[in-house]
Design a protein around this ligand. Structure first.
Ligand code: NAD
Length: 360
């Protein structure tokens, strides 16, 4: 079977993650399937930072002197673009024109116009352009997707997806607007993409606000409410000044509620088992009484473990190779990437006007 060599442009944190995945086998499920990934290896890198070039050499990789040298190497089949976001478009197009297949980190580009140029270049070159929307393999997301699809909470009418941290915007290129900084492009691209992949049908409207708690130039958080045509409201929120995190996921339906605390998938489902039993014992406080908000008793509800879904991130690259060989369509289709990109544009547009905007 053909072996593939990949070169990485931008060998920072995420570039090195790809090297660890492909050359060291980190994060792969320990199963036989992954032997098929043995035929794809990272062999070289180019980074403008001398210390990253040195790191490449220390990892046994070739450190190209510049991008042209990398692109002119006939042994390279695939180029991974893992630079700061503002370079994704130009580097991807150059690599495609040089006859290479391209894997590009998220966000694919800074806007839908740039992404369209990349797609056009891929079509013109007849080479694969794959975008690394890797969080489609997150097990917490896949678990909520299963809960939704199997109707384990009855008809779900609200899903809240949050990513909270307290470190503000990182002090690198992510803090610069023109370099594609800001949390909508950084984390929004993941959680908005997950929303679109989970809920079928169109998004009717988007209402969003951005936060500028730690600086005045790039969004360091956002809140986006998506109303789907089936009535479901999906709330996507990113915060970087949250010293107590709200749960990663909260989903509620007519028959139950699910909660996932964090990426480690701690959480539970609480489901109704007896609608008829009137077990409400009013809560009385000094200021009044409520029957509506009285907690349920064990006779009417049941607590269950989450139906955790397992995934294997190796499937991303396995699919890229199959797409290169014409055996499969890309799992991360370019049309789905474009839809997410346009949704991020709708988020910016709503935040600017302060009003909900129609989406699809
Ligand atoms: P980083 O700052 O750690 O790495 C970027 C690297 O690019 C740096 O080493 C820098 O020196 C290099 N660079 C800058 N300009 C360059 C140029 N002109 N040519 C070549 N190299 C250049 O950033 P990161 O966290 O690794 O992010 C890189 C990309 O990966 C971004 O697009 C980011 O959105 C993405 N990312 C994706 C995930 C994910 O889960 N998919 C996670 C983190 C980052």
């Amino acid at each position: 079977m053909k072996k593939y060599s990949m070169a990485i442009a931008g060998f920072g944190g995420m570039g090195n993650w790809h090297r660890e995945l492909l050359n060291e086998g980190y994060w792969l499920q320990n199963n036989k399937k992954n032997q098929t990934l043995n035929r794809l290896k990272v062999s070289g890198t180019f980074d403008i930072a001398e210390n990253r070039q040195q790191h490449a050499l220390a990892c046994g990789l070739k450190a190209y002197k510049n991008m042209n040298e990398l692109l002119n190497d006939p042994h390279i089949d695939i180029v991974l673009i893992a630079t700061p976001n503002e370079l994704h478009k130009d580097y991807s197009i150059k690599a495609l024109k040089a006859g290479k297949h391209v894997v590009c980190e998220k966000p694919a580009a800074l806007n839908s116009r740039e992404l369209q140029h990349m797609i056009d270049a891929s079509v013109a070159a007849g080479k694969i352009l794959a975008i690394h929307q890797n969080r489609r393999w997150d097990e917490d997301y896949l678990t909520v997707k299963k809960i939704y699809e199997k109707k384990l909470l009855g008809e779900i009418f609200r899903i809240e997806s949050r990513v909270h941290g307290s470190r503000g915007i990182p002090g690198d290129w992510r803090g610069e607007k023109k370099r594609g900084g800001g949390m909508v492009l950084d984390w929004g691209v993941h959680i908005l993409d997950q929303a679109l992949m989970m809920i079928p049908g169109k998004v009717k409207k988007v209402y969003a606000t951005l936060t500028y708690v730690t600086n005045e130039t790039v969004d360091d958080g956002f809140y986006a409410e998506l109303t789907f045509e089936n009535g479901l409201v999906f709330l996507a929120e990113v915060g970087t000044s949250n010293f107590i995190n709200l749960p990663r996921w909260y989903a509620t339906g007519r028959d139950g509620t699910a909660l996932i605390e964090d990426f480690s998938k701690r959480g539970k489902i609480v489901r109704i088992i007896n609608y008829n039993k009137n077990d409400a014992v009013p809560i009385k406080t000094a200021a009044g009484l409520t029957k509506t908000m009285a907690p349920r008793t064990d006779e009417t509800i049941k607590e269950e473990d989450l139906p955790v879904v397992k995934s294997d991130i190796g499937d991303f690259y396995r699919n890229v190779l199959a797409a290169i060989e014409g055996k499969e369509q890309l799992l991360v289709s370019l049309s789905s990437v474009m839809r997410t990109m346009k949704l991020m544009e709708a988020v910016f547009s709503s935040a600017k006007t302060g009003k909900p905007v129609p989406f699809e």
